[in-house]
Design a protein around this ligand. Structure first.
Ligand code: ATP
Ligand code: MG
Length: 560
């Protein structure tokens, strides 16, 4: 098998689409033209991102072009809001289309081609309802039944089709069908519907049309008009390929070819736009960009970077058989990217107060903190220190087990970037809850040294109480509790598997350097996770979304 050099120096074998393209370049033509063809009936999701990375990525790699084409052939479900969001998402991922097209721009050409097929005796107007047509299609083992209208004359078909266009008939009264073979083993070739009547305004063509082409009639011809060389789609379209080829052959137009790859499925995730729309409309989530959604806009709001999503698409690769990818791979990719790019800050989510009894009251000292140990250019910042601090409740244990290196009665711990402190006394309320820890500090131990050179294993984060600001943190987990929410038990719907704790709202005490962060800024809260400033933030009331925790479940799986 041919191989190609990757940047990391590792050899990676070509995926099957790269092989197809290299073969095309060697034997057919060195011009490569792909397209990404979304239907503007929803926001793009991570599955679309896979398709985008593939189509734009292949064009880039082989010095070709990739078009953006809106597959806007169904006016009932489509909207310009979706067109705009789709364009923004593709650009945010870092891609730019060569040409922007709309299937609706081809309506006139598609109509003329339909007339041509009628004239060739290859299409006819059928008066049966879509339901009757479905019922007479036959089964996999039995041939279908020919329509009583199948042998209408060319003249009558031309007349009726023109009158369908002119609006003389109501929705569902007539359809145009291709005349192929009602006994073909491929059911899709049993006189498929080409046009149906829909009296609905279209977001681009308005009321100009009341007949709309079906996907199968529009898609291949649109590819052909744009001279697309490789029309890449997901596996479920492989049975459509003979029809795709049939129209192109009968019309004798540019021979675009279709290739299928496995769609991306993720654990704990639904990806069908119909289901995503249902989540939005039933207000289970707060809109398409709710960080619990698998949409690109939601991932962006949650703190994902374009690089992390591209890296994910790359690692998933291109398969020819359906599979399900572990959500932890996506999390692994964002962690890996943010580890390199996100500045570190200190925030305490579940605070317990520490009072340093031998530290002067009213004094503030500044300590230098490293912004990103992975990136020297990120520099340093100053963090204020005072007599009263918050530390994480989980960083103290009254009766610690062996090898517990954090704070405990009589034990010493390092405060990140600052002093060693020792816990001298535990203060409790009347119910026995710990409310405060009285500690002492070693004045000689600032910024990593201690007076007698003793080493302390535990390092914990903290914020200074008088300098801290309270913020809201939104902690996300999977939206569903079931690994495959598409696998629905009898009598249930996918909504029965919702995770009631998919979003937990908490608070955090944040250091001053976080208090003027801007919407979209990303940080690592040391020892906790990656967080991104939400657009709901206001001065004095910051809101952070947890992008991902620091726990790396993927690395554990990968190590196995
Ligand atoms: P849905 O079935 O959820 O409505 P769709 O496939 O109809 O999605 P389109 O807007 O038609 O959505 O998709 C545009 C392109 O993105 C198509 O080429 C489609 O094959 C691809 N695509 C959609 N979902 C996935 C996925 N999960 N993995 C990979 N590619 C996908
Ligand atoms: Mg579709």
């Amino acid at each position: 098998m041919a191989t190609t050099n990757e940047t990391a120096g590792k050899e990676r074998s070509l995926n099957f689409l790269e092989e197809v393209i290299e073969n095309h370049i060697a034997n057919v033509d060195n011009r490569i033209h792909t397209r990404f063809p979304p239907e503007p009936n929803g926001y793009l999701h991570i599955g679309h991102a896979k398709s985008i990375c593939l189509n734009f990525g292949l064009a880039e790699k082989y010095h070709g072009k990739c078009n953006l084409r809106f597959d806007d052939t169904n006016p009932v479900k489509e909207d310009v809001e979706y067109v705009d969001s789709i364009k923004a998402d593709i650009q945010w991922l870092g891609f730019q289309w060569a040409e922007e097209h709309y299937a609706s721009d081809y309506f006139e050409q598609l109509y003329e081609w339909a007339v041509e097929l009628i004239k060739k005796g290859l299409a006819y107007v059928d008066d049966q309802t879509q339901e009757e047509i479905r019922l007479t299609r036959g089964t996999v083992t039995e041939p279908g039944k020919e329509s009583p209208w199948r042998n209408r004359s060319v003249e009558e078909n031309l007349d009726l089709f023109a009158r369908m266009r002119a609006g003389e008939f109501a929705d569902g009264e007539k359809v145009l069908r291709a005349k192929i073979d009602m006994a073909d083993p491929n059911m899709l070739l049993r006189d498929p519907i080409m046009y149906r009547i829909i009296h609905t305004s279209h977001h681009r063509t308005g009321d100009k049309w009341c007949i709309y082409p079906m996907y199968d009639y529009a898609h291949g011809q649109s590819d052909s008009i744009e001279k697309i060389t490789h029309s890449i789609c997901t596996l479920e379209f492989d049975v459509h390929r003979p029809l795709y080829d049939w129209f192109i052959q009968q019309l004798g137009i540019f021979p675009s070819h279709q290739y299928e790859f496995a769609r991306l499925n993720l654990t704990y995730t639904v990806m069908s736009k119909r289901k995503l729309l249902q989540l939005v409309e039933s207000k289970v989530v707060n809109g398409w960009d709710d960080p619990r959604m698998p949409t690109i806009s939601a991932l962006r709001r949650k703190g994902y970077t374009p690089a992390s999503i591209r890296a994910f698409a790359d690692r998933v690769g291109v398969a020819k058989r359906d599979n399900v990818i572990d959500l932890s791979l996506l999390e692994f990719c964002v962690r890996e990217d943010l580890n390199k790019t996100a500045e570190r800050r200190m925030a305490v989510l579940d605070p317990i107060k520490v009072v340093i009894t031998n530290y002067p009251e009213g004094k503030t000292e500044m300590f230098t903190a490293v912004n990103n140990p992975e990136d020297a250019a990120a520099g340093t910042r100053q963090v204020p220190f005072s007599r009263e601090l918050y530390i994480e409740r989980g960083d103290f244990m009254e009766n610690p087990p062996k090898k517990y290196y954090r704070l405990a009665p009589g034990a010493e711990v390092r405060l990140r970037y600052a002093y060693l402190i020792k816990c001298e006394e535990v203060i409790k309320d009347s119910e026995g809850n710990i409310v405060e820890l009285r500690c002492t500090y070693d004045p000689q131990s600032g910024e990593g040294s201690s007076s007698d050179g003793r080493r302390v294993k535990g390092v914990i984060h903290w914020v200074s109480v008088p300098h801290a600001q309270e913020a809201e943190v939104r902690l996300y987990s999977t939206l569903f509790t079931k690994e495959d929410p598409n696998d629905i038990e009898e009598g249930k719907t996918f909504l029965d598997y919702l995770n009631p704790e998919s979003m937990v709202i908490g608070r955090a005490f944040i250091e001053p350097a976080l208090q003027n962060a801007q919407s979209g800024d990303k940080f690592q809260f040391e020892r906790i996770g990656y967080f991104c400033v939400d657009p709901d933030s206001k001065p004095g009331k910051m809101v952070f979304n947890r992008t991902v925790s620091l726990k790396d479940t993927w690395a554990k799986i990968a190590d196995k």
